[in-house]
Design a protein around this ligand. Sequence first.
Ligand SMILES: [Zn+2]
Length: 287
Amino acid sequence: MQLNVFHKLLLFLLLVYQHTSNGADWNHKTNGRSWKGKCASGEKQSPILLSAEKARILLMPRIVFGNYHVKLRGPISITNNGHTVQMDIPETSNGRKPYIVGGTLKGRYVADGLHFHWGSPDSRGSEHLINKQKFDVELHIVHRNIKYIDINKAAAKKDGLAVVAVLFKIVEEPKRIFPGLNRVMNAVAKIQKDEAKTTIPGGFTLDQMIGNVNPHDFFTYRGSLTTPLCQEAVTWIVFSDVLPVSHSSVSKFWKLRDHEDRILINNFRKVQHLNGRHIFHRVGKFV
Ligand SMILES: [Zn+2]
């Protein structure tokens, strides 16, 4: 079949659209101030300021991490997608997926992937702030409500996603070492270029990414993804326990490159208005 000029134009526009919708058309240069659509018009956006003073204390179950103690099956894919370091979360060696239950969640949320937000040698990069404090790195473990078939379907639903956020602070000699996190950080040097991919062997657990983070004390609220399209599909679970990380680990992030071959630093979104939402805080050891 011969393609006429009109068809060729349509095809060209489709290719341009596919390219830009892959995420090449946005960046963190203004920390999200220029993003359009729901990112600009939404009223339940993330991240936000969290404070023990303003949050409501709520008696709710602790977060239970299912299969977080079971080793992941390799090979595990790690990608520099031009915005962050993204790790896919595979099945565990028992053939199941890690998941969470508890907090205000109804039902089970299955782990899909994890990624990081960071700053630069002279600025901190966490997205959420706790009691006015910004931290160096924020890890997001993205979970999908088990009742939705995939992450895209889930991102279109109010109860579609649950994101666990763990904050890290650079300390001189970290007393707690997280072997899973180290495995991922060691792979970062291999994916400095935009769209670079590598794999690491399995055999470590998600618990080994976040160690013994205290699952009893966390903030939870309804918000959004912090990157375009900023869908308001997320129940956020932000742990109060800030974990230690070494300067040399975090400095590996600062060598990565983005879509424009610029240095990929400060990939956090600025904090958003609360617009009357409630933030809940779980404290103590209520089970
Ligand atoms: Zn994130």
